[in-house]
Design a protein around this ligand. Structure first.
Ligand SMILES: *Cc1c(COP(=O)(O)O)cnc(C)c1O
Length: 409
């Protein structure tokens, strides 16, 4: 998928538009499974929340992956894409008992992350196997916006509460079949991750009937040239050794599960926008594009950096630009970026637009959410249409005020 392909896609389907390269997704999936190829029972559950188009889910089904879901709606999307319920794990946080029961009844693996729901669920459904999400209190990565393992995190059952957890399991007679952790989004230091995995093993020693250990995600991908990324190959080698040693001690070949989102889809995505206006102020040159945080909120929400290329003029002379959107709110995508000279009408491509981009898009300013295209087998396939005015008004009810007021008189 080169610049010419992207320009053709924006000419055919319009802008703004999301484009996903299936080859890149497949390559990342293969890279992960290759790094862990010595594990007999490896399961990769793609984290649906990163990018939830059903064609993306269908691609993962083809690859043999399962899904990690955080809502009943994500579970339903997975079923819609043709996945077996047994290939789906459901890891909610702060969700009602009713929703968890509904998902369990579909045959999906439940993962519970608090003692209150664990006790209630175990009391009512002692025969349904449950995985528990622990909080190992290990912070992977330094960005406090996305670390979920620390002591005050709302995620997981604290390892200090294991005695209480054991009492609930004993009293209800429920069956714990998996232990799960998801320490955060940025594994830069493999030693930190391995340290957290020791805590997972320690927890697992309390349970006699486990089937799997789920190490969550947190694989970091590069956002620009020279960025540190998780060394998957090194992690594969080191964790495989530890996992095998644990299984031997445990006396059973357990399944090793992961649930990456970003790692699998981030780099596959491009977001294409058109430059509406070049605006020169006393201090800055703004390029204003036909989008905003309604379509891609990561830079504004947590300061994420997305590389931006002018694919209409790739070899042009570079200048400094601030790339901003068209909505009535501060919506700065990038400040002081060197980009090859931009003219009004040019198409800009954002890198790393696969994960947490479309899935976080909204209709703010009553703009349509963009279409999505999958580049697969050397051709562009539309996998979601651009929204229309009907989509904006669907479900809204216009009250007949004039009539009511008139009758009052
Ligand atoms: C979000 C999430 C993931 C995926 O995280 P990435 O950083 O996108 O890989 C995995 N597991 C759980 C429970 C999650 O909430």
């Amino acid at each position: 998928m080169n610049n010419q392909d992207l320009l053709k896609i924006s000419a055919e389907f319009g802008s703004p538009i999301y484009v996903y390269d299936a080859e890149k997704i497949i390559a990342q999936y293969n890279r992960l499974t290759t790094a862990f190829s010595k594990i007999e029972n490896l399961r990769v559950h793609y984290a649906v929340k990163a990018l939830s188009n059903i064609s993306i889910l269908g691609l993962f089904k083809q690859l043999g992956a399962g899904l990690d879901t955080v809502s009943i709606q994500e579970v339903k999307l997975g079923l819609e894409a043709g996945l077996e319920p047994s290939k789906i794990i459901y890891t909610p946080n702060g969700v009602s008992l009713e929703e968890i029961e509904e998902v369990a009844a579909m045959g999906v693996q439940i993962n519970i992350d608090n003692l209150s729901i664990l006790e209630q669920f175990g009391t009512r459904h002692p025969s349904v196997p449950v995985c528990i999400r622990i909080n190992p209190h290990v912070m992977a990565g330094g960005n406090t916006n996305i670390s979920v393992g620390h002591i005050d995190s709302k995620f997981g059952i604290s390892i200090h509460q294991i005695p209480h957890l054991m009492r609930i399991v004993e009293n209800t007679g429920m069956h714990i079949n998996g232990i799960h952790m998801h320490t955060g989004s940025d594994i830069l230091d493999i030693e930190v991750f391995l340290y957290a995995s020791e805590i997972l093993f320690d927890t697992a020693r309390n349970f006699k009937d486990l089937e799997f250990l789920d190490f969550g995600s947190g694989f970091k991908v590069p956002y620009k040239a020279g960025d540190i990324e998780t060394n998957i190959e090194e992690l594969g080698e080191k964790l495989t050794a530890k996992f095998k040693a644990f299984c031997k001690e445990y006396g059973r070949d357990l399944t090793l599960a992961f649930e990456p989102g970003k790692f699998l889809v981030s780099e596959a995505g491009k977001f294409l926008v058109k430059v509406n206006v070049i605006k020169q102020t006393t201090s800055t040159v703004f390029a204003q594009v036909d989008s905003g945080f309604n379509h891609l909120i990561r830079p504004m929400l947590y300061g994420s950096r997305h590389e931006i290329h002018n694919i209409s003029n790739p070899g042009g002379k570079e200048r400094f630009y601030s790339i901003v959107g068209y909505i009535c709110e501060t919506d700065t995508f990038a400040s002081n970026r060197r980009i090859s000279e931009i003219k009004e009408g040019d198409i800009l491509a954002f890198d790393n637009a696969g994960a947490y981009c479309y899935s976080m898009a909204s209709n703010f300013n009553s703009r349509y959410r963009p279409p999505e295209v999958m580049w697969y087998n050397g051709a562009a396939h539309l996998i979601r249409e651009r929204e229309t005015f009907e989509d904006l008004t669907r479900g809204q009810i216009l009250l007949g005020f004039e009539k009511e007021f008139a009758e009052d008189k």
